[in-house]
Design a protein around this ligand. Structure first.
Ligand SMILES: Nc1nc(=O)c2c([nH]1)NC[C@@H]1CN(c3ccc(C(=O)N[C@@H](CCC(=O)O)C(=O)O)cc3)C=[N+]21
Length: 285
C-alpha cells in the first residue's frame, strides 16, 4: 500500500487564506502587521527562503521589509540594529536569518531580540514558555508539523514519536511540542548507536538532519507517519529531503514530500506568528 501524502503546500494555502482575512480585519482597526527580516551575508539557500517569505507576506497583506547586511557586519552593528528594531513601534516581528557568519555569536543575537517580537520563537524566554506549555510564539517548523498532523486527524497522544536530529530550531522543539500533545518522545542524533532500533519503534518519525537518503524504508515501522524536514540539494541540483521517499512511501501510512511538504508550512507559521505579534502588541498599549 502506498502512503497518503500530506501536501504542506495545500494546507499552507488554506491557512494563508484565513490569515489574509485576519489581516484584513486588523486593518479595520488600523493594525498593520509588519515583519522585518535581517539577512547577513549572501548564502543562496537563505536568499531563496527569504523570497518565499516575501511572497507569502504580500499574499496575506503583511508588510515585510528585508534588511540586507554584508557578511563583514560586526556583532555590535547587528546588535545595534536589533536594538533599533526592538524600539520601533511599527515593527511587530523580527527575524534574523540563520546561519549567521561565524564571527557572530548567534545566541547573543537571538537573546537581544525583544521576546514579544521574536516571531521565530527562538528567544530563551519563548523556548521556556513552550516548555511550560504556555501560549507563546512557537518555532515555525515544529509548529507547522503539528498543524500538518492535526490536518490529517492524527491522534498524537500516546504515540511513540522518534526525532532524528537535535537542532535548536527543529529537533529539540518538535520533541517538546509532541510531548505537550502527550506523545512518548525519543530524541536521537548523530551519536545514537544503532539508530534503526529507535526509528523502527516510531509511530511518528520526524527526520531533521540535513543529509540526503539518511532514512531508508528499512528504518521505518510499517504504517508509521513520516515527517521529512530535510532541505538538501541533490547531485542534479534538485531539492530533496532526508528520507528515501520513493521506497519509504511503500512502508509509511502518511508521509510528507520535499518540496511541497514542511517548507511551505514553516513560512505560513511565520506569517501566523507575525499577525499574532501585531495583535498582541496593539492590545498591550
Ligand atoms: N531565523 C530563521 N528562521 C527560519 O525559519 C529559517 C532560517 N532562519 N534559516 C533557514 C531555514 C530554512 N527554512 C526554510 C523555510 C521554507 C522552505 C520552503 O518553503 N521550501 C519549499 C521549496 C522552496 C524552493 O524550491 O527553494 C518547499 O519545501 O516546498 C525551506 C526552508 C527556514 N529557515
Amino acid at each position: 500500500m502506498t502512503a497518503e501524502l500530506i501536501y504542506g503546500k495545500e494546507l499552507a494555502a488554506t491557512i494563508r487564506k484565513e490569515l489574509k482575512q485576519e489581516a484584513a480585519a486588523l486593518k479595520e482597526q488600523d493594525i498593520l502587521p509588519h515583519l522585518t527580516v535581517v539577512l547577513v551575508g549572501d548564502d543562496p539557500a537563505s536568499r531563496s527562503y527569504v523570497k518565499g517569505k516575501e511572497k507569502a507576506s504580500a499574499e496575506i497583506g503583511i508588510s515585510s521589509e528585508l534588511i540586507e547586511l554584508p557578511s563583514s557586519t560586526t556583532q555590535t552593528e547587528l546588535l545595534d540594529l536589533i536594538q533599533r528594531l526592538n524600539l520601533d513601534k511599527a515593527v511587530n516581528g523580527i527575524l534574523v536569518q540563520l546561519p549567521l557568519p561565524s564571527h557572530i555569536d548567534e545566541q547573543a543575537v537571538i537573546n537581544s531580540i525583544n521576546p514579544e517580537k521574536d516571531v521565530d520563537g527562538f528567544h530563551p524566554a519563548n523556548v521556556g514558555k513552550m516548555m511550560l506549555g504556555e501560549d507563546t510564539y512557537y518555532p515555525c517548523t515544529p509548529y507547522g508539523i503539528i498543524q500538518m498532523l492535526k490536518s490529517k486527524n492524527v491522534e498524537i497522544a500516546g504515540k511513540t514519536a522518534v526525532i532524528v536530529g537535535r537542532s535548536n530550531i527543529v529537533g529539540k522543539p518538535i520533541g517538546q511540542l509532541l510531548l505537550n500533545e502527550h506523545a512518548t518522545v525519543i530524541h536521537t542524533h548523530s551519536r545514537t548507536p544503532d539508530l534503526r532500533s529507535f526509528t523502527k519503534q516510531a509511530d511518528i518519525l520526524v527526520v531533521a538532519v540535513g543529509r540526503e537518503q539518511m532514512i531508508k524504508a528499512d528504518d521505518i515501522k510499517d504504517g508509521a507517519i513520516v515527517i521529512d524536514v530535510g532541505v538538501n540539494r541533490n547531485a542534479e541540483g534538485k531539492l530533496t529531503g532526508d528520507v528515501d521517499f520513493e521506497h519509504a512511501k511503500e512502508v509509511a501510512s502518511i508521509i510528507t514530500p520535499v518540496p511541497g511538504g514542511v517548507g511551505p508550512m514553516t513560512i505560513t507559521m511565520l506569517m501566523l506568528n507575525t499577525i499574532k505579534a501585531a495583535r498582541r502588541q496593539a492590545a498591550a498599549v
